[in-house]
Design a binder for this molecule. Structure first.
Ligand SMILES: O=C1O[C@H](COP(=O)(O)O)[C@@H](O)[C@H](O)[C@H]1O
Length: 240
């Protein structure tokens, strides 16, 4: 397993531009090689900045977004039009603008699609299975100040699940009900990219990269099969 790479940028704006540029470059290369890349998006503050940069930079890129398969690492189990939806944020920020194919955009179930989080997680796992069980090219993950990634929170039982996707209730960060991919699913990715900005995340970054137990710092439990890159700004890297 390759050592994680750490890339530090001056601030969150520079970080967002760099990640968007790198993603477009990877997708263009994969498509030029004849592939239909599969990526998993994340929610959160830095993801919003990156999505806006993807909208800005995509027209000048070689990427055909209609030939990219889109997944999510986690989602808030709320109404489909709730502003809390990670997928709604991405759709509005860039997926509509760049011409993503709705048939290849796999949002996690909302309260309109499933009776509860467990049913939603089971349905998403089934969707993943029908598409090769999540052979992701790139999984992007934000991280919380508590070290959570996706909706895998410190001390929660979902950390030990061997399912593909799980339901979460009582999330310490609102909204309380969520659906999340698990470690076994996330760790099938060829590349895992952590996207982290701000001083509030510095301790979590240091803990994850310092080899913490994944039950205390869930970010420590995800590695790509081929590469793991930590895209940080200076503040997030300040405790390394
Ligand atoms: O709730 C969530 O939080 C994390 C990090 O979000 P941030 O706002 O602190 O950057 C995110 O990675 C996850 O997808 C999301 O559901």
């Amino acid at each position: 397993m390759a050592e994680p790479l750490i890339e530090v940028h001056d601030d969150s704006a520079a970080l967002a531009t760099a990640v968007a540029g790198e993603l477009l470059s990877r997708l263009a290369d994969a498509q030029a090689a004849g592939g239909i890349p599969q990526i998993a998006l994340t929610g959160g503050t830095i993801a919003e900045d990156i999505h806006r940069e993807l909208a800005r930079l995509s027209p000048g890129s070689e990427v055909d977004w209609s030939q990219v398969v889109i997944w999510w690492g986690d989602e808030r189990f709320v109404a489909p039009d709730s502003p809390d939806r990670n997928s709604g944020q991405a759709q509005a920020a860039f997926l509509d603008a760049v011409g993503a194919d709705p048939a290849k955009v796999h949002a996690m179930p909302s309260t309109a699609d499933a009776t509860d989080v467990e049913a939603g997680a089971t349905a998403y796992a089934e969707t993943l299975r029908t598409h090769g069980a999540g052979e992701f090219d790139i999984v992007m993950l934000g991280i919380g100040p508590d070290g959570h990634i996706a909706s895998l929170f410190p001390g929660f039982p979902q950390l030990d699940s061997d399912a593909i996707a799980v339901g979460v209730t009582g999330s310490p960060k609102p909204p309380p009900e969520r659906i999340s991919l698990t470690f076994p699913a996330l760790n099938r990715a060829r590349s895992v990219w952590f996207l982290v900005s701000g001083a509030g995340k510095a301790a979590a970054v240091a803990s994850a990269l310092g080899g913490a137990d994944l039950h205390e710092t869930p970010a420590a439990g995800v590695v790509g099969r081929e590469e793991t890159i930590w895209f940080l700004d200076r503040e997030a890297a300040s405790e390394l």
